[in-house]
Design a protein around this ligand. Structure first.
Ligand SMILES: *[C@@H]1O[C@H](CO)[C@@H](O)[C@H](O)[C@H]1NC(C)=O
Ligand SMILES: *[C@@H]1O[C@H](CO)[C@@H](O)[C@H](O)[C@H]1NC(C)=O
Ligand SMILES: *[C@@H]1O[C@H](CO)[C@@H](O)[C@H](O)[C@H]1NC(C)=O
Ligand SMILES: *[C@@H]1O[C@H](CO)[C@@H](O)[C@H](O)[C@H]1NC(C)=O
Ligand SMILES: *[C@@H]1O[C@H](CO)[C@@H](O)[C@H](O)[C@H]1NC(C)=O
Ligand SMILES: *[C@@H]1O[C@H](CO)[C@@H](O)[C@H](O)[C@H]1NC(C)=O
Ligand SMILES: *[C@@H]1O[C@H](CO)[C@@H](O)[C@H](O)[C@H]1NC(C)=O
Ligand SMILES: *[C@@H]1O[C@H](CO)[C@@H](O)[C@H](O)[C@H]1NC(C)=O
Ligand SMILES: *[C@@H]1O[C@H](CO)[C@@H](O)[C@H](O)[C@H]1NC(C)=O
Ligand SMILES: *[C@@H]1O[C@H](CO)[C@@H](O)[C@H](O)[C@H]1NC(C)=O
Ligand SMILES: *[C@@H]1O[C@H](CO)[C@@H](O)[C@H](O)[C@H]1NC(C)=O
Ligand SMILES: *[C@@H]1O[C@H](CO)[C@@H](O)[C@H](O)[C@H]1NC(C)=O
Length: 414
């Protein structure tokens, strides 16, 4: 009976063996390349006698056993890389060496990994000039060389023309993360030709090419030294969803723009020196979910009622923006808003609409002190509560302590 395994069953077992990646056998040369990749330094939890396709961080092509992915994020690797080993790992499609401490330059032999689509060397302790060979990896779709820890002594820089070559050669890039990288040269005009780019994170550049990046969804230029005017084209860009320009020195008034984007969902202009009024076009950005305008030098009075068409808005910060907010005569609620900062907005009366606000399906709000802050709180049927902040106590009390309704609003709920 045991002998009567049918042909069909045999076939099933055979195809199971072949299709299940667990059975992908590591090739000897792939294994020895992995083992010598970091010289004689101990390799993270890799046991030489076992199938290397099962090692932590290693992915193989199940049909042929070649190593296609290596993710060694935060593996405490300190040794420099053995370039020879890299060359025999040329089937790699994804390589992540982020959060290590290589303390050496990026090996030029990376350029031999011609099938690589994803390369992540962020915070890896690589230092010095980025090898031009990276611009030969034509298949690259995602490149992350960022340094997110500003205190790290390791930083990368491009040689004179290298950034231009990179942009000129890697036309398939979708994500480019170069924050903290020294791009000594001006941004090349060909930057606008990266037609598939959806994510761009750079520092210290001029953004005039952005209008030509028609697929761009995320533009993060936070914490740089940009000044002057924010190009209006960023607010009318057809695909941009997330525009992060906080912590710069933009200081010119925002101007009205036509054809406001409907895709923009997060707009963060906080911590700048923006002046004047907020143009009404900003309140036509119908897709806005988050609007951060705090810590600026705006002037004049803004009618809160300008917000009434922003029906998707959930998070709003106007604190310390220089604006005086007029909440008088408001006849609408912001049922979807769950985070609201209005500190130092020179409010003259307690915003009535807050009292009846429902947050994310929670009940109506209470308003009370909490240490230095005035907080509003809404609780659901099951007694879970959400909090938001209206202002600092001294701001709030300036405008409202004489009003009996406010005094009661300041009393914490029992
Ligand atoms: C580098 O790797 C090659 C083969 O992958 C090996 O022969 C050589 O000994 C390694 N060099 C060092 C310094 O480990
Ligand atoms: C990196 O790994 C160490 C332990 O090896 C851990 O303490 C640390 O939190 C990890 N860092 C990150 C950013 O995951
Ligand atoms: C690169 O990918 C192509 C197509 O998938 C494949 O034919 C080729 O063998 C790969 N090259 C290496 C070195 O693995
Ligand atoms: C490592 O980088 C790759 C490519 O950028 C990415 O897909 C992967 O999620 C990263 N790994 C970790 C642990 O973040
Ligand atoms: C690179 O790896 C880090 C983990 O160290 C991850 O947080 C980051 O998202 C990765 N970058 C990309 C572009 O996938
Ligand atoms: C990096 O390597 C140099 C010698 O090449 C050494 O002096 C330095 O202390 C190392 N830095 C770190 C953070 O390990
Ligand atoms: C591509 O990179 C090479 C150097 O690797 C450079 O000589 C060439 O000019 C670059 N091409 C473009 C279009 O930038
Ligand atoms: C952009 O993406 C499309 C669709 O994914 C692809 O067909 C095209 O080749 C890509 N363009 C470049 C320049 O890589
Ligand atoms: C902003 O950049 C400066 C210097 O470039 C750095 O010291 C600071 O930590 C950065 N701030 C944040 C929040 O990243
Ligand atoms: C708005 O878009 C239309 C059609 O694309 C165009 O004709 C018009 O000039 C644009 N208006 C402004 C103010 O940009
Ligand atoms: C709100 O939208 C309506 C209809 O599109 C428009 O007439 C009105 O001016 C808008 N109000 C504000 C404050 O933008
Ligand atoms: C407030 O708006 C509602 C309809 O949205 C209307 O019925 C009501 O009369 C308005 N109240 C005032 C005081 O304008």
């Amino acid at each position: 009976m045991k002998l009567s395994l049918g042909l069909f069953q045999l076939f099933s077992i055979f195809s199971l063996l072949c299709s299940n990646p667990i059975f992908a056998q590591c090739l000897d040369d792939q294994k020895s390349s992995l083992l010598s990749l970091f010289g004689s330094a101990p390799t993270p939890s890799w046991t030489p006698k076992t199938d290397c396709c099962l090692w932590k961080g290693v992915t193989c092509d199940s049909s042929n056993g070649y190593v296609t992915g290596l993710d060694l994020t935060n593996c405490s690797i300190r040794a420099p890389i053995n370039s020879t080993s890299f060359i025999s790992l040329s089937s790699l499609k994804s390589l992540n060496l982020s959060q290590n401490l290589f303390n050496s330059s990026i090996p030029a032999s990376l350029g031999a990994l011609s099938n690589l689509t994803h390369l992540n060397l962020s915070d890896s302790g690589f230092t010095g000039t980025i090898p031009i060979e990276i611009s030969r990896i034509k298949m690259l779709e995602s490149l992350d060389l960022s340094r997110t820890d500003p205190s790290s002594p390791f930083y990368l820089r491009f040689g004179n023309l290298d950034f231009e070559y990179l942009v000129g050669n890697l036309s398939g890039l979708r994500q480019l993360h170069l924050d903290g990288v020294d791009i000594s040269s001006p941004v090349p005009r060909s930057m606008g030709d990266l037609a598939n780019l959806t994510f761009l994170h750079l520092s210290g550049i001029d953004s005039s090419f952005v209008g030509r990046l028609l697929c761009l969804e995320v533009l993060d230029l936070q914490n740089n030294s940009f000044h002057g005017k924010i190009p209006s084209s960023l607010f009318t860009h057809p695909s941009l969803k997330h525009l992060q320009l906080s912590q710069n020195q933009f200081d010119a008034p925002l101007v009205e723009f036509g054809n406001a984007s409907s895709s923009l969902s997060i707009l963060d202009l906080s911590d700048n020196k923006l002046q004047g009024l907020i143009p009404s076009s900003v309140f036509q950005l119908m897709g806005l979910d988050t609007l951060w305008l705090s810590s600026n030098d705006f002037s004049d009075t803004m009618d809160f009622s300008l917000l009434q068409n922003l029906t998707n808005l959930r998070r709003l910060d106007l604190s310390n923006s220089g604006l005086s907010i007029n909440t008088g005569g408001i006849n609408f609620s912001l049922p979807q808003v769950n985070t609201l900062y209005l500190s130092s907005c020179n409010l003259k009366e307690f915003p009535d609409f807050l009292r009846n606000m429902y947050l994310d399906g929670y009940g109506p709000t209470h308003i009370f002190h909490q240490s230095e802050k005035v907080v509003f709180q809404a609780c659901g049927q099951d007694a879970t509560c959400v909090n938001g902040m209206v202002g600092r106590v001294h701001d709030a009390c300036d405008f409202s302590k004489t009003e009996s309704s406010w005094v009661s609003a300041c009393t914490p709920p029992k």
